[in-house]
Design a binder for this molecule. Structure first.
Ligand SMILES: [Zn+2]
Length: 598
């Protein structure tokens, strides 16, 4: 039952942010990127960067907050949110938690609200965007950045909130507010992209070095493309981190080790926007190469970056993290960055492996995140320690409280992609999508319990018979996939790791059954440690419950059987071991990896 889980994620955030009074609507999530015909590996799809950019824009087009920072001197109504959200001019990072990143999440919540309005048509959500932006307008001032450790980070979030208010909520004043916001921020930004940990503001302690200007170009390019003006394109180019990051990546040099995980993966979306906006093939190569390098150091869950650091290829660090830390994957922020990167790459290349990667991250990480609490408690790290648990962060209103609602709002645009005469189904979550081809109204309704069972069902609705291509993602693990149309076996190719292309004149009521046989398989944590393995069933990692010290044989793990929709069991040395998917784990201690016996 994924659909309730999705609603829970969205609903948990909505309640925490107090934005919804009306019943949430189950309208179709729509649309993804405008992809063209066939999937091809490692090459951009036909068309120029400008055409790819248009498709990306089309996808975006279809498509939480109780307090305003009082930094500008305007009193905020109600109680302060507190903690990271607080403003404290005397903040001391050695001792204080409150005041770490004042107001930083405001723009993210506005962005999510604007997207929520675009998805659901919720007028209360739009009204809230407009009201909050007008209250925000009273607070804009340079002084906000005077003692702010993260001027580039905070500006990036405010910028995104405003351009999404413009694009998705139709706030007529958003770009004017953006102009004022930019004028306030620019004097406090570095002259160019500055790598994390490098001092660029004299007389400031080390906490002032943790800003992330190298992530700014993505939203600056978007601002330019949404009509905010040439200045945003120029600012975007200024903050492209070419010298130490994109240039070596574009040459295939693996410079990931020691980089701050979330922010540097997030910056790869800036490379994609450089490609989409400027046509820079170098930046496309950088992002594509970096994704391959990241995949090589990702866990079978799709998560990466223990202790928020990327690691060297085939080193000891990833394996050592299983006992040295409980802070393995920064889940809401990391999945937000991961989804954006893979969405951009899927848009441009039509390579199904980017969809596979999204699917892993979704089911094995962020969908299992604990919901946000109204007091600011948020889920931060997934824990792949051999004695792992799901816990809330000690921080209140941290970075991940800003990205979780953003992720939840973007599930829909990860699920379906289309071009004028084709629809791509990328994620098999219970959902529906509607579109028009000329005067014909079409929709697809997707149902089923995948990935907790093998079969996905789709039903076509069309106001008249209509030809279009239906692309169905066949995951790389899915050998022997089958497609039936109205009960008849479809004879086309279902190659693992590709999109199956079904061309047909579709009629109202046509039924498609996609069977993706899930088999047990093992994946090791990395190449140097082939005996440290995770158990998978389809896209799901199965987590051993209370069994971290068990040393199973390979055959014992592969004999694991699904005994209930969200429960698996096997025997190890005659003792029963239970496995749960991440979304089914609550308080249980679990192990992501087990070490195989001799
Ligand atoms: Zn975070």
């Amino acid at each position: 039952m994924l659909a309730p889980r999705l609603r829970q994620t969205v609903g948990g955030w909505s309640r925490a942010c107090g934005i919804l009074t009306a019943r949430r609507r189950r309208r179709a999530h729509s649309l993804g990127f405008w992809l063209q015909r066939r999937h091809r590996r490692q090459r951009p799809a036909p068309g120029t960067a400008a055409e790819h950019a248009r498709r990306a824009d089309e996808s975006e087009r279809r498509q939480p907050p109780q307090a305003i920072s009082a930094d500008g001197g305007a009193p905020a109504p109600g109680d302060d949110l507190g903690r990271w959200y607080n403003y404290d001019p005397n903040f001391d990072w050695h001792t204080d938690d409150a005041g770490f990143a004042p107001g930083a999440t405001f723009g993210q919540w506005i962005s999510a609200l604007a997207r929520y309005h675009a998805i659901t048509g919720s007028q209360p959500a739009r009204a809230k965007v407009l009201r909050l932006n007008r209250l925000y307008a009273q607070t804009i001032g340079e002084e906000f950045y005077d003692k702010n450790r993260f001027p580039a980070y905070c500006y990036d979030k405010l910028l995104l909130g405003l351009i999404d208010s413009h694009q998705f909520a139709g706030d007529p004043d958003a770009l004017v507010l953006l102009d004022r916001t930019t004028r306030a921020a620019v004097p406090h930004l570095p002259p160019k992209a500055v790598d994390r940990e490098l001092a660029w503001r004299p007389g400031k302690d080390q906490s002032y070095r943790w800003d992330e200007s190298y992530t700014n170009p993505e939203n600056l390019f978007l601002a330019y493309r949404r009509g905010a003006g040439r200045r945003y394109r120029d600012l975007a180019v200024r903050f492209l981190d070419d010298a130490t990051w994109f240039d070596p990546l574009s040459r295939g040099e693996n410079v990931l080790a020691t980089k701050h995980a979330y922010s540097y993966v997030n910056s790869l979306s800036s490379a994609m926007q450089a490609y989409l906006t400027l046509g820079s093939e170098k930046h496309l190569r950088a992002a594509s190469n970096a994704f391959a390098m990241l995949s090589a150091q990702s866990c079978p869950t799709g998560g990466w970056g223990p202790d928020e650091k990327l690691v060297a290829p085939d080193g000891a660090e990833l394996h050592a993290s299983l006992t040295s830390t409980h802070n393995t994957f920064e889940t809401p922020c990391g999945s937000y960055a991961h989804f954006k990167l893979t969405r951009y790459l899927l848009c441009v290349t039509r390579d199904a492996r980017y969809g596979d990667s999204m699917e892993r991250v979704m089911y094995n990480t962020v969908l299992g995140a604990k919901p946000m609490c109204s007091d600011g408690r948020a889920f931060y790290y997934a824990d792949y320690n051999s004695a792992g648990r799901k816990v809330y962060s000690n921080h209140r209103f941290p970075c991940c409280s800003g990205t979780l609602p953003q992720v939840a709002m973007d599930y829909g645009i990860n699920a379906y992609f289309r071009d004028p005469r084709a629809v791509y189904v990328n994620l098999y979550m219970p959902s529906s999508v509607r579109w028009s081809q000329g005067a014909v109204h079409c929709s697809l309704q997707l149902s089923g319990e995948y990935p907790f069972e093998d079969t996905v069902s789709l039903r076509v609705a069309a106001s008249q018979p209509q030809e279009f291509m239906l692309f169905l993602r066949i995951p790389a693990w899915a050998s022997d996939a089958r497609i039936e149309i109205n009960g008849q076996l479809w004879s086309g190719a279902t190659e693992p790791g590709s999109f199956a292309a079904v061309a047909r004149r579709w009629r109202d009521g046509d039924r498609i059954e996609l069977e993706l046989p899930r088999r047990m398989r093992l994946e090791s944590i990395d190449r140097p440690h082939p005996d440290t393995v995770a158990l998978l069933c389809g896209p799901l990692v199965l987590f051993a419950i209370g069994a971290g010290s068990v040393r199973p044989r390979r055959a014992e793990l592969l004999a694991t059987r699904q005994v209930a929709q969200r429960r698996w069991e096997t025997s190890v040395a005659s003792a029963s071991v239970t496995f749960l998917p991440y979304v089914a784990i609550d308080q249980e201690q679990y192990s992501t990896f087990l070490t195989l016996a001799g």
